[in-house]
Each structure stands twice: as C-alpha cells, then as structure tokens.
Design a protein around this ligand. Structure first.
Ligand code: AMP
Ligand code: MG
Length: 555
C-alpha cells in the first residue's frame, strides 16, 4: 500500500504535467476571476435545506445535483471567448463543471428569488426553479458576466417540479440564444450544452403520456439575470428595503450613467429599461421571432431576450401566430401582440418601482417614451428591411400594405425579403416590364403559389411598382439598397423544423446535424451556398408537427 502511494512522486508524470499546462490555458472554470457581486450585495436565505418553500431573501445557496456521467454536446467558442476560456473544450473537468460538479471552491452556487405575472395573473414567488447560478466574474477584458446552469437540479424555488431540463428544450435554448446573438438581437448567451446522463420524465403535450427523455444542462451567460419579477416580488411583500436594494444594485452596476441612487435616478433607469425593451421587441419583429411566454419573470431588466421555452420563428408571416400550445386559446403572446405585452409588462415593473419614487409622472413618462420609441424604431426597421435610406410617416402606408399582403396568403417572411432584395430597381420600375416576371421572382416565397387569388396578385404587383417608385424618389443606389436589406433580413434562422430535425438526431446520439446548424446560424446574413438547403421554407410535413409548429411549456 505504502509503495503504491509513493510511486507517482518518484517518477515524474509527464502526462500529468501536460495536463497542468492545458489547465493553465483556461480550460476549466477554475481560473475565472470571480467577483460574486450579487451574493456579496444581498443577504442569503438563512435556511440551507434544499426543499420547496417561500423565501424572503434575494437568493438561496444551492448545490447542483451530482450527475454520474455528463457528456459535452455543444460548446460556443464565441461565448467562451467573452469569458476568457479556451474555445476548444476537451477537458473532462470542464464537462463536469458545466454539469455543476467539481466546481472551484470559491464558486458558491445559488438560485435567485423573484416573482412575476404569468399570462396576466400575479403568480407571487416563482424564482430560479431549475436555474443555479455559478457566480459572477470579471473577464480579462474587464467585462462583467454571470454564469448560470439551467437544468442542474431542484432548488427551493422548484415548487412542484423537478429542477431538470430535457435535451430537446436545451438544444432549442442553446441554438436560439446563439442564433439571436449572431442576428444582432439582444439576448442572454449560451456557453455549453451537456447531457446529464440521466433520464427525465416529461408529458410533452400534457395529454397524459409521460415518457423518459435524456436530461441536459445549458450554461447561460449574461451581464445579469435580474428580471422584472425581481422587483415585483419585494414590492408585493411591502419589503421596501429589499426593493430598494434591487433598484440600487441594478442602477449602480448596470445604469451608472444616472448617478447615485435617488428618485430621479430610479425614474431615469426605468426610462432606459423602457427604451431597451422597445429595441428588443423591434428586433424580434425584424427577424420574425415569437417569444411565446412573455411573463414578467421572463423579462430581463437589461432588455435581453431570456428564457427560451416554447418560442418559434414565423415561417409564413402571420401576426396571430404563437407556437405555445399552452397559450393557443387566448394567444396573449402571439407575434403581433408582443409590443403591447412588453408595454403591459413595463407597467407592472413601473408599479413595483412606484413606492421608491412616490411619483407616477416619471413612470408614465417612461411608458410614453416606450410607445414613441417603439413607433420610431419599428418605422426605421421596416425602412431597413426594404433598403430605404430615408423614412417618414408617409411611408407607413407602404409598410402597412406590405404586411397586409404578406398575411393575406401564406408567404414565407424570411424568404420574401431576401428575394425582394434580388429584384433590382430597374425591374421594379420598368413601365413595359412583365408583371408576370415580377411574381415569378417571388414565387418560392409562397407556400401555395398556384392558389394565390388574382386580386392579391394584382395588389402585390401594384405594391412592387410603388415600392420601386419610392426607391427612385430617394435616388436609391442599387448596391447600397441591397446591402442594407441583406444585413437587416437574415437568410438563415434555426427555423422550427430545422431545430426539430437536429433534436430528432441528437436524441439518437448523433450530434453532427446540431453542430452543422450551429455553424450555419453563426453567419445568418451571408450567402453560404453549401448550406442553401437551410434557407428553404418549411416543408409540408412540418406544418402541423409537434416541435415544429406546436410547443408546450413542458421542457
Ligand atoms: P418559465 O415560464 O418556463 O420560465 O418558468 C416559470 C417558472 O417555473 C420559473 O420559476 C421556473 O424556474 C419554473 N420551472 C419551469 N420548469 C421547471 C422545472 N422543470 N423544475 C423546476 N422549476 C421549473
Ligand atoms: Mg422563466
């Protein structure tokens, strides 16, 4: 026994040394520079038992579940780069850490407490039911990031649920957060996706057919995961001190431009949250994204898209569409309602902040500025989509009529704008031009091109002619116009059916299709001829398939 113990010390272990050098190259989370600003600023829950309960504090210490056999599925090198981690993970310690094990001693995981309105109703305490924060870091570039695992086991906020996540929904979160970043949409990021090695039982459609599915953990990254609901919960409990602490923490760390905490500064911060939220929603509209569950607990205080659940992308342009089957009846969170819901949610945040400011005026001004900014931003966004350098209120009619036409017959929104960019101004305005040829150029945008009513064909041609004249009126330059359009209108999205296809393969253990789609969505605006098949419209088989057009909250 004794000899065996001493042996490694006598003979130098070359492999061990190499491993050490690799580790110094930042493979694992061990070298991250933790600042733990959140946990240092707020008082922890004094109870440490991990059981569902009401908590008064801002957060609770939580130990992630111990998984026996985690495996790396996908890793985002660009998110790793933000943190200063090596972009090519092959370190088993890192895989363990990204599943919540072998964490550096200084990393003390915790779950946060918040409330929220769900589907318009106050739901009181919700909290991180399956999110466990690893901590906050300062990167070597001096940036501040919070790291959070989703699906690493139960927390005091799990209520009746298990704290886990399944592979299909984790793939959807990983892919979409990275796609959104590359699309230029404000979002939380994803660092990694690992399988837990364990099965998780889910009733996918809530129809009495529970089945085991592979479990998974996503590591998310954002400057902060503070949500509207973090302010709402202490406000609902008349816990002024905690509410003020949240406001001061958010102001000092994320909105320092408004100065020291004061009533004026809180009001200005609210105004800025309104502006950031308007920006986010307009980006969603630009790319055809439907969040699906815009509850106030899913609204980031930084205007980031957060909590990717039953979200979806518009294939055919339809403002009434929501992918979320749980919301199928009321369609509260349908595509065309997102701007109004964001405003409703901001009003709830304003209500929560009211007692700190004691004056409704700055809050009302914030909501009013949201309305104004949303109008302006969406007008500019539509102009960008059409490659217009200038824009004013006279253009609203042109925009409105286009959207009516896109919704009148099943038209693929993404394909439409790319095809439109390919029709040059000469052709759009050619008096003697063949109307028929114009429609021909758009034919593959339509889901049933042979069934378009004559009246719609005529209106579309008429619209294209007016659009052409509008371009001439501003003396449009052809290549500048096309450039603007093709960097505003993505070619590649992780469309609902594409995501489902990679999920089907991944569930069989084949991650190659996921890797490929992940590659494609990293350059959503560029032509990638070898990947052209990823830019095709939804095939017929996907029209009514679960996962492609219908998703529940079960994840
Ligand atoms: P969502 O609207 O999906 O973001 O979730 C609403 C609330 O339910 C949040 O507090 C989540 O943390 C919690 N939750 C969702 N799924 C689970 C789960 N599997 N286990 C524990 N809590 C969950
Ligand atoms: Mg949530």
């Amino acid at each position: 026994m004794q000899e065996q113990k001493q042996a490694p010390n006598r003979r130098p272990d070359i492999r061990g040394k190499r491993f050490l050098i690799l580790r110094l190259n930042n493979m694992s989370l061990t070298k991250l520079n933790l600042n733990n600003r959140f946990t240092n600023s707020f008082k922890a829950d004094t109870e440490t038992a991990n059981r569902p309960r009401q908590v008064e504090s801002a957060y609770s210490w939580v130990t992630p579940k111990s998984f026996d056999n985690p495996g790396m599925v996908a890793f985002s090198s660009s998110t790793a780069d933000l943190l200063g981690l090596d972009p090519t993970p092959d370190d088993s310690e890192l895989v363990q850490q990204l599943a919540g094990q072998q964490l550096p001693p200084a990393m003390q995981p915790y779950s946060m407490n918040y409330g929220g309105h769900q589907f318009g109703n106050w739901a009181a305490q919700l909290g991180d039911g399956r999110a466990i924060n690893l901590g906050e870091i300062t990167s070597d570039k001096g940036d501040h990031w919070a790291l959070q695992l989703k699906g690493a086991g139960p927390t005091p906020y799990s209520r009746g649920a298990d704290g886990y996540a399944v592979l299909r929904s984790s793939i959807r979160e990983f892919l979409c957060s990275e796609a959104m970043f590359h699309l230029g949409v404000p979002t939380t990021r994803a660092l990694s996706l690992v399988t837990s090695g364990e099965q998780v039982v889910r009733d996918m459609l809530y129809d009495g057919h529970p089945a085991p599915e592979p479990g998974a953990v996503v590591c998310r990254v954002a400057p902060t995961f503070i949500r509207f609901g973090h302010f709402q919960l202490p406000a609902s409990r008349q816990d002024e001190a905690l509410l003020k602490q949240f406001a001061d923490f958010t102001l000092t760390n994320f909105f320092p431009e408004f100065g020291e905490p004061s009533k004026t500064a809180y009001g200005q911060m609210f105004g800025e949250v309104c502006r950031l939220t308007a920006e986010m929603v307009v980006h969603w509209e630009r790319v055809g994204f439907v969040h699906g569950v815009m509850n106030t607990d899913n609204m980031s205080i930084l205007g980031l898209t957060i909590d990717y659940g039953p979200y979806g992308w518009l294939d055919n342009y339809d403002p009434e569409w929501t992918p979320n089957t749980t919301d199928a009846q009321n369609r509260r969170y349908r595509f065309g309602n997102q701007a109004d819901i964001a405003l409703w949610n901001l009003a709830q945040l304003g209500n929560a902040l009211y007692s700190l400011i004691d004056d409704a005026a700055p809050l009302e001004a914030g909501l009013e500025s949201y309305r104004r900014q949303y109008q302006q931003l969406s007008q500019r966004m539509m102009a960008d989509k059409l490659g217009l350098r200038t824009v004013d209120d006279n253009d609203n009619e042109l925009f409105g009529e286009l959207l009516d036409l896109l919704g009148a017959v099943e038209t693929d929104m993404t394909l439409f704008y790319r095809r439109l960019a390919d029709i040059d101004i000469v052709m759009l305005t050619d008096e003697k031009g063949q109307d028929y040829q114009l429609m021909e150029r758009l034919a593959d945008c339509y889901y049933t091109p042979d069934e378009i009513p004559e009246a719609i064909v005529l209106q579309t041609i008429e619209w294209l002619r007016r659009y052409g004249q509008r371009l001439v009126a501003e003396n449009a330059d052809e290549s500048a116009r096309r450039n603007l359009m093709n960097r505003t209108n993505p070619k590649y999205l992780p469309r609902n059916y594409l995501a489902q296809q990679v999920i089907d393969e991944a569930e069989q253990g084949n991650y190659a299709p996921l890797q490929e789609l992940f590659e494609v969505i990293r350059n959503p605006y560029d032509d990638q001829p070898e990947f052209d098949h990823y830019s095709e419209k939804r095939p017929d088989w996907a029209r009514q398939r679960v996962g492609c057009s219908m998703l529940s909250c079960s994840s």
